[in-house]
Design a protein around this ligand. Structure first.
Ligand code: PLP
Length: 415
């Protein structure tokens, strides 16, 4: 959480939010640059491994460019994300492209941009990449994304490493894949990777995953195949709730050293959430209040169109009121969208509120703005970066005329 109250006045870094809401229409996302840097250096200093930022968590150009300036590479899960990473200045040699559905033209595009490696998700894809490499007379650098069949003990919807999930190469196919790799002339095996899900806290889960990856390396070695890079994924949990501690990187560092004591390959990670979640705050205005049955509703201009996580995953995010008073009331905070699931928080205790007041939804920097939509013809929100006492709009709010202009009414429909 980055909002700090000084004499009851809310600030992010040196910017007074009560002043900011007078200048920028709500709802808007604000990111603290300092918080992103702190998270990056926390991981970097404890793990001392290369970081490929998973840009799906927050793909604003300014966020990517800043994380690039700290020294990270990028992990992209679509060719469109690759284009974002390139245009934010990330060196192609520091971009890993994975993703469960790569089209022919996506693969061609990735090869032509000379990125670090393409992570393969299946035997069919391996053959396809080799065939494309052949047609372009290229030797394509690949990694193998392994599905280790490990449950991350996290939300079902953000689990990716069980054998029933759609991601990665089934572990038991690895041996067959090794033989195939040796028979193909237009691919070059560079790495192996895994990512078993997001919001993971249990060290034991990483223990099982890394041990399985070590087993995978032994299978490669038994086929006389070696790798240069082992990417152990992301998924580090953050506390959305004050009662839970953030992920412990010192324990993870010990675990890596125990499992891979003297690696002859480079070990890296691809976190997203941990780097940006806490940096982001969503500022929203109360557009009306209502009392139904025994419930006090605050209806805000942010909703599931601005911030989907509560509606999609049923998860908790702390909400603060920018004004304070002594009378505390239980509220449901709901967005303006015509859906009953458009709830930002159920049963939250806040200072008594009225229409026109502002609320701050905390820890929304990851999987926040990137999941915003135009549902109910709402426009995507403004995003702002704060650095000390400076702020800059890093994404302009859309307007409805630009949305309408994208639609085309066929000539045979007459008014
Ligand atoms: N790598 C891949 C392949 C992912 O799908 C994700 C997100 O789920 C990540 C990395 C980043 O995960 P997290 O944001 O939990 O660190």
């Amino acid at each position: 959480m980055t909002v700090i109250f000084k004499n009851e006045v809310p600030y992010i870094e040196g910017i007074n939010l009560n002043e900011l809401v007078k200048l920028v229409p709500t709802p808007f996302y604000v990111y603290s640059q300092k918080s992103i840097a702190e998270a990056y250096f926390e991981i970097q200093n404890k793990l001392k491994k290369k970081i490929f930022y998973s840009i799906k968590a927050n793909s604003n150009q300014a966020v990517i460019a800043f994380i690039n300036s700290l020294g990270a590479g990028a992990d992209v899960v679509s060719i469109e994300e690759m284009q974002r990473a390139l245009s934010a200045g990330i060196n192609p040699n520091k971009i890993i492209y994975e993703g469960v559905g790569k089209s022919q033209s996506d693969i061609v595009n990735a090869i032509q941009n000379k990125i670090r490696q393409i992570n393969v998700e299946s035997i069919e894809e391996l053959l396809q990449i080799n065939a494309i490499g052949k047609s372009l007379s290229k030797n394509v650098n690949i990694g193998l994304r392994i599905n280790p069949d490990i449950d991350g003990n996290t939300l079902d919807k953000i689990s990716t490493g069980r054998k029933t999930d759609k991601f990665g190469i089934e572990f038991k196919q690895l041996s067959k894949l090794c033989s195939l790799i040796k028979s193909l002339n237009n691919i070059q095996l560079k790495g192996m990777s895994c990512h078993i899900g997001s919001q993971i806290f249990e060290l034991q889960v990483f223990n099982k995953t890394f041990t399985k990856m070590k087993e995978g390396l032994e299978i490669l070695n038994s086929h006389n195949l070696n790798i240069e890079h082992l990417n152990l994924g992301g998924g580090f949990g953050i506390s959305y709730d004050d009662n839970i501690k953030d992920f412990n990187f010192s324990d993870l560092a010990d675990l890596i050293n125990n499992i891979f004591p003297n690696p002859n390959f480079e070990i890296s990670f691809e976190p997203g959430r941990y780097l940006v979640a806490k940096a982001g705050t969503l500022i929203t205005k109360i557009i009306t209040t209502k009392h139904n049955d025994k419930t006090n509703f605050l209806i805000t201009d942010a909703g599931m169109h601005t911030f989907l996580r509560p509606a999609m995953y049923g998860v908790y995010h702390k909400i603060l009121s920018l004004n304070k008073n002594d009378k505390k009331i239980n509220y449901i905070v709901a967005g303006p969208i015509c859906e009953s699931s458009d709830i930002l928080s159920k049963n939250i205790k806040l200072s008594e509120q009225k229409t026109g007041n502002y609320l701050a939804i905390c820890d929304v920097g990851a999987y926040g703005a990137v999941m915003a939509s135009n549902y109910n013809s709402k426009c995507l929100p403004t995003e702002i970066m704060i650095c000390d006492k400076k702020y800059n709009i890093i994404r302009k709010q859309e307007n409805v005329s630009s949305l309408i202009q994208k639609d085309i009414v066929p000539h045979w429909i007459k008014n």
